[in-house]
Design a protein around this ligand. Structure first.
Ligand code: ATP
Length: 341
């Protein structure tokens, strides 16, 4: 077999369970023969502790140069402290599209789920124009937040979703909104997404749902959905629900896509409750690295990886504790590597 061209890629171990699942993923990708040439960089709390900056310059330079990164989860202090490094990375590199596929690998409560959620990644309430108003002697008596959706931003994400549907042979996109209450912020989202949908008439079907009804329908009858197109906050919430439908956060990958840079990650966070215990499920990040292999033009390696994960779980019956098994991160990784050899 001829050696594949090396692909320089920024590797961010992250915080909490990040370093554990990143280490597992790197070992599996090596066994797979994936040609990533890693450049390890710190971000988030690990970087803040090391150099006082959650987004150090060498990290940004490495991502800018490579246009590609695999990222462990980054922790953000709740309430006070620095702004989420996850959000800032998306903003810095214009990663406007967040792709979160949910596919059943372990048949459970819901079998045969296959839904792709496309989340707008830069706008809505995540622009975080937030402040307090003082009343009397309470400096934080009123909390204010305003969101922003732009026609340009909505058009861009809707076009991305419809192009994705065409490319991947998906049949229908459901636009998620709350235009009955947030008539301006999410009304524009619905209006402009429908404008884009018209250009794809006859190729991709479209409908829409109010977010609360969508959340319920996802539990009652998830099979009616093919793709979901969501604004930022709704996409964040519904993608965790989708993860729940297919067995939990241990099985949910995500891709953050911009014009020049793509960052791949697990949907889950740093899971501080299990960090350092060696029991984290690395599959979310492994599946994210599968999306990364698709992205760099190695779908054959991505398919091999997904098949090996399927066989390890369903034939070898090796599963981490979040999936009801007894395997540790290490024993699961070893079993998966054996499947690839
Ligand atoms: P953060 O503050 O970084 O978002 P969190 O604990 O609030 O962290 P998640 O990290 O997304 O949120 O996880 C929620 C729960 O799901 C965790 O408490 C953990 O028990 C479980 N979990 C998440 N990811 C995994 C994983 N990869 N393997 C096993 N369990 C996981």
């Amino acid at each position: 077999m001829t050696a594949l061209n090396p692909i320089p890629t920024t590797l961010i171990p992250g915080d909490g369970i990040g370093p554990e699942v990143v280490k597992a993923t790197v070992a599996v990708l090596e066994a797979l023969g994936a040609p990533f040439k890693w450049e390890t960089q710190l971000a988030g709390m690990a970087a803040f502790n090391a150099c006082g900056d959650p987004m150090p310059q060498p990290l940004l330079e490495s991502i800018r140069k490579n246009g590609l990164a695999l990222k462990g989860p980054l922790s953000t202090p709740i309430g006070e402290g620095f702004r989420s490094a996850n959000v800032r990375l998306r903003e810095t590199f214009g990663l406007y599209a967040n792709v979160r596929p949910a596919l059943t690998i372990v048949p459970g409560r819901f079998d045969k789920i296959d839904i792709v959620l496309i989340r707008e990644n830069l706008e809505g309430f995540y622009v975080a124009h937030e402040h307090y108003l003082p009343v009397g002697d309470d400096p934080r008596a009123v909390a204010l937040s305003s969101g922003a959706n732009t026609r340009v931003g909505i058009n861009r994400i809707a076009r991305y979703a419809f192009e994705y549907a065409v490319k991947h042979g998906r049949k229908k996109i459901t636009i998620v909104h709350k235009a009955n209450v947030l008539k301006v912020l999410t009304g524009l989202f619905l209006e402009e997404a429908r404008n884009v949908a018209r250009e794809y008439e006859g190729r991709v079907a479209v409908d829409d749902r109010i977010v609360d009804a969508c959340a319920m329908q996802l539990v009652l009858n998830p099979w009616q959905f093919d793709m979901l197109l969501c604004s930022n906050l709704f996409g964040d919430i519904l993608s965790d629900e989708l993860a729940g439908l297919v067995g939990g956060l241990g099985l949910a990958p995500g891709a953050n896509i911009g014009k020049d840079v793509a960052i791949f990650e697990a949907v889950h966070g740093t899971a501080p409750d299990i960090a350092g215990k060696g029991i984290a499920n690395p599959i979310s990040l492994l599946l994210a690295s599968g999306l990364m292999l698709d992205h760099v033009g190695h779908p054959e390696l991505a398919t091999r990886l997904r098949t090996a994960i399927d066989l390890t779980l369903n034939q070898d019956n090796v599963k981490t504790t979040d999936l009801g098994g007894k395997a540790t991160t290490t024993t699961f990784t070893e079993a998966l590597v054996k499947r690839l050899n």
